[in-house]
Design a protein around this ligand. Structure first.
Ligand SMILES: NC(=O)c1ccc[n+]([C@@H]2O[C@H](COP(=O)([O-])OP(=O)(O)OC[C@H]3O[C@@H](n4cnc5c(N)ncnc54)[C@H](OP(=O)(O)O)[C@@H]3O)[C@@H](O)[C@H]2O)c1
Length: 327
């Protein structure tokens, strides 16, 4: 594998909360487009392009695919074919918390599930450790001490270097951080859905994470593709909304949404950006957002998304125009 010697020149790196870790402002997620239904030659090019452009962080989970586990298997193949030679330049994350295997021990937040699942993930990727291991979602039926206790022990065993939580609201986050603090394990990062269309983190979670020195990585920053120019004129055949395996449903592409997207697209054009670029820049204007975690079904999309970094600041009038669209 040949790599770009200048790969770190154009990327912006941000410190992840109060920690020693810098993350690229744009990270790559493997939820879609890297499964057994996808084409290896195609997605290995996406991964290599990402690395060549300074994207050091690759985000996975046990059940990414489809089929479950296949994104991790495929990422393991990508590592074996050369990217793994750069293991010390990579931040690789995985998670457990959603449905993974049948029976009572393959879902939610028990010590039994988290521990077994990470062991499986490590095998699939051919790794000795992941950099970040997440509890993928809070489990209302399992004591938070048990879920966090599993993460703490996983770190102590060296199977993960850092702990993260995902989809925890502010109250759940406080409870999780309190247990971690009691055991002197720092929570590196919170992974939350955050985009122009999904702003629940703004009032309470972002200030809490800042106070606690926890980074925030925003997932689905393009609302699964809605916040791009892709759905302006209907649903293209090769899009996530059209694919049976895609999590974006056709009925989410409503006239109301598309009208907003058109108006946002006009603002993006007036800034000299694509809508995808503007949607990412809009998140990154807030320094508390450590990284935006994009998906990409092509190298071209990834390159477009990277261009967001060329123009991050917003004029007051642009921000107000965006707010008027989102009202
Ligand atoms: N923690 C959690 O619970 C959770 C949940 C969801 C996601 N995540 C993480 O976040 C990552 C990203 O999520 P996501 O895939 O929903 O992110 P996203 O960036 O909002 O959506 C990615 C999709 O948008 C389209 N796209 C991307 N760039 C484009 C561009 N420049 N122009 C036109 N279309 C573009 C592509 O859709 P097409 O395929 O239609 O081309 C692509 O597959 C996941 O891979 C995963 O790592 C975490």
């Amino acid at each position: 594998m040949e790599v770009n010697e200048k790969r770190y020149d154009d990327m912006i790196y941000r410190r992840c909360g109060h920690s020693g870790i810098l993350l690229p402002a744009i990270s790559l997620g493997l939820w879609h487009n890297f499964g057994s239904v996808d084409v290896f030659d195609h997605f290995i090019r996406i991964a290599h392009t990402a690395f060549d452009k300074g994207i050091t962080h690759f985000d996975l989970a046990n059940n990414y695919g489809p089929e479950y586990g296949s994104a991790e298997e495929n990422f393991g193949r990508i590592l074996k074919k050369g990217l793994g030679n750069y293991r010390d330049e990579l931040i690789i994350s995985s998670k457990a918390g959603y449905d993974m295997w049948p029976g009572p021990y393959g879902n939610w937040g028990s010590r039994k599930y988290l521990t077994a699942s990470l062991d499986q993930s490590l095998k699939r990727m051919g790794l000795d450790y992941v950099d970040i291991f997440y509890s993928h979602r809070p489990d209302p039926s399992t004591p938070i001490e048990e879920t966090m206790g599993a993460l703490i022990d996983i770190v102590r065993q060296g199977k993960a270097l850092y702990v993260g939580i995902s989809n925890y609201n502010d109250e759940e986050t406080k409870a999780a951080l309190s247990v971690l603090k009691d055991h002197k394990v720092h929570c590196l990062i919170h992974q939350s859905k955050y985009s122009l269309f999904e702003r629940w983190v703004e009032p309470r979670l972002l200030p809490l994470l800042e106070d606690e020195g926890v980074g925030l990585i925003a997932f689905s920053p393009l609302a699964q593709g809605l916040l791009t120019n892709k759905y302006l004129n209907g649903i293209p055949d090769n899009s996530r909304a059209a694919k049976p395996s895609g999590h974006l449903q056709k009925n989410q592409v409503t006239e109301e949404v598309v009208t907003k997207v058109r108006r946002l697209n006009d603002i993006a054009i007036s800034r000299g950006q694509t809508l995808a670029e503007m949607a990412l820049a809009w998140l990154l204007k807030d320094e508390r957002v450590t990284s935006v975690l994009v998906g990409a079904s092509s190298v071209e999309q990834l390159l477009d998304n990277l261009k967001a970094l060329k123009h991050l600041p917003f004029a007051e009038e642009e921000l107000s125009a965006i707010e008027r669209v989102l009202l």
